[in-house]
Design a protein around this ligand. Structure first.
Ligand code: 6PG
Length: 252
């Protein structure tokens, strides 16, 4: 399994260390990510007794979720949240919770699942989710400092439901969003960089040739937080890891 790890001492990310892990394909990426997920979870168990993870939607991480189902981990100490969710019923193919329930939760008997109430209108769903997050808040924050945040990146440089030309300044930790991307549901709830950038560890999972040019611009091009929301993710003290396949990394 090809795994090239390049550590960047990256001035753009306020002098944070940023890892870029390059894999042959999504299978190899997902296999390694599953192993690193278990390692991180066991470290969090030892330090804090639990592991709070914010999951990503989209197609890329589904292989990882499937692989995690066969990992040996004390799932009773893992709390699942979402970085964003589409406001459609859980049995709608576009609902991320519904997709992950099939690929992972039903197989591991997950008990700590804190999903977005996607049946509500976006504003109400956002408020309800902010309330749910506050129950796990790391004071003085009103939300948890996630042990791990999983994110993807669209061909347009969006991440979670933070789309190009959306407000760069966060209105709140959780926002309601209407955005059109591919054939995916438009009404959404999303965490904002206010939350993502407090996490201990943030992983971007990005694969496919269609992402190569945008990935080059996000990582090596001009800094433009409005145009490339993925650049807004700059963990204040946590680790930022880009897990990509060779196709997505072809222009780096
Ligand atoms: C979503 C995700 C979104 C996704 C990117 C990449 O709900 O769709 O939050 O940000 O991660 O669009 O999606 P792919 O992995 O399918 O390319």
């Amino acid at each position: 399994m090809l795994r090239v790890v390049r550590k960047f001492y990256h001035l753009r990310y306020n002098r944070r260390v940023m890892d870029i892990q390059i894999f042959k394909d999504n299978n190899a990426l997902s296999q390694s990510a599953a192993r690193q997920f278990v390692e991180l979870a066991n470290q969090a168990f030892a330090k804090r007794g639990r592991f709070l993870v914010a999951l990503s939607g989209g197609g890329t991480p589904m292989k990882l979720y499937e692989r995690l189902a066969s990992e040996n981990l004390d799932w009773t100490r893992v709390h699942f949240f979402w970085g964003d969710e589409r406001c459609v019923p859980i049995d709608d193919a576009g609902n991320t919770y519904g997709q992950i329930k099939k690929n992972l939760f039903d197989k591991i008997g997950a008990t700590n699942v804190h999903r977005v109430e996607s049946d509500l209108e976006p504003e109400s769903a956002a408020q309800a989710y902010a309330n749910a997050l506050s129950k796990f808040a790391d004071a003085p924050l009103t939300f948890p400092r996630f042990d791990l945040v999983l994110l993807g990146m669209g061909d347009d440089g969006h991440t979670a439901s933070l789309f190009p030309n959306s407000p760069v300044e966060d209105a709140a930790p959780v926002v309601a969003v209407t955005a059109h991307y591919q054939d995916r549901p438009a009404n959404r709830v999303s965490l904002t960089p206010q939350v993502f950038n407090q996490a201990e560890e943030v992983w971007f999972l990005v694969t496919g040739a269609s992402k190569a040019e945008t990935l080059r611009r996000v990582l090596k091009g001009e800094r433009n937080l409005a145009l490339y929301p993925a650049q807004r993710i700059q963990p204040e003290r946590g680790n930022l890891v880009w897990m990509i396949d060779q196709a997505a990394g072809a222009l780096l």
